[in-house]
Design a protein around this ligand. Structure first.
Ligand code: ADP
Length: 276
């Protein structure tokens, strides 16, 4: 009899623990939703006054009446460029909070890989010229010509990865390559390869965390928000794919985006993508 009483007691204790855990889980989910909603609202409210600052400082720096001194024009230009940095940061925070709160929808369509190549070439050719870097774009001949995915989101990821490649490379080459993917769950791999500063092994995972940037000196030297890679990784997950990095400190980095056809994803892929 005593034995039964004891095991009954244990079962009750376990049930209580399970209930507590479920309760905690719910409150974590709720607070993370509140956090995302708060960030989304705050970012939105910040943009309105910031737009006035940008427009007016730009007008001032153009010195239409000709009555500002050189120093005053320089100050107006600094206000404008700092305002632009702030706007980038706000837009990135807004993007990340939208993705995290599940507010970003995927609009898949049939995309020609060749069009994507033309797009990145058009976008980054001027930057390559300006920095005196080689920029090569290459599609492996066995690559499928069409990918079913979200055009805007794919472009956003590629732009983030390529902007970083150009930002962190002072000399040499940036390469954009597209290959067929030989893994079962993805179809195409987009690789962005640079001969830049590289990322030391111990930092190769943490660069994907929000607000993580290379060391302090890198941050000051290169600017940026530290959100580009975390947004890119979240977007890649949303499209059912993933981003991987291979890098050697001081030699260069390769960021690879693996993507499937969006509609060919099974439920299992969704679960893997979400839990990564
Ligand atoms: P940001 O570029 O705004 O700092 P990201 O999230 O895009 O933010 O990148 C985070 C950090 O990862 C960068 O600050 C940099 O230290 C490192 N990083 C990203 N891409 C490269 C690259 N191609 N080469 C070297 N370091 C890189």
């Amino acid at each position: 009899h005593e034995q039964y009483k004891e095991s009954d007691q244990k079962t009750k204790e376990l049930e209580k623990i399970k209930e507590d855990l479920e309760e905690k889980n719910k409150s974590i989910q709720l607070s993370s939703r509140y956090k995302s909603e708060f960030l989304a609202n705050m970012s939105h409210e910040l943009r309105t006054p910031l737009n006035s600052i940008l427009i007016l400082s730009q007008m001032l720096s153009e010195n239409a009446n000709g009555n500002l001194s050189k120093k005053q024009i320089e100050h107006a230009e600094t206000i404008y460029s700092s305002g632009k940095d702030l706007l980038d940061l706000i837009n990135d925070i807004l993007d990340l909070s939208k993705i995290e709160s599940g507010k970003v929808e995927v609009y898949p369509e049939e995309l020609f890989i060749e069009d994507m190549r033309a797009f990145v070439e058009r976008q980054f050719h001027p930057i390559a010229e300006q920095k005196g870097l080689q920029f090569n774009c290459y599609i492996h001949q066995e690559t499928p010509s069409i990918l079913y995915t979200d055009d805007q989101r794919l472009k956003q990821i590629l732009k983030n990865l390529l902007s970083n490649a150009f930002k962190f490379t002072a000399q040499g080459t940036v390469r954009f390559e597209v290959h067929p993917s030989y893994s079962e769950s993805t179809k195409v791999v987009f690789s962005i390869i640079d001969t830049g500063i590289g990322i030391p092994p111990e930092k190769q995972e943490s660069v994907f965390e929000a607000f993580h940037q290379g060391d302090g000196t890198t941050t000051r030297e290169y600017g940026g928000t530290g959100l580009g890679l975390s947004i890119s990784r979240e977007l890649a997950n949303l499209l059912g794919g993933r981003i991987e990095v291979v890098s050697e400190d001081g030699k260069g980095s390769t960021f690879s985006l693996y993507l499937p056809d969006y509609d060919k994803m099974s439920d299992a892929d969704f679960v893997i993508a979400e839990s990564e």
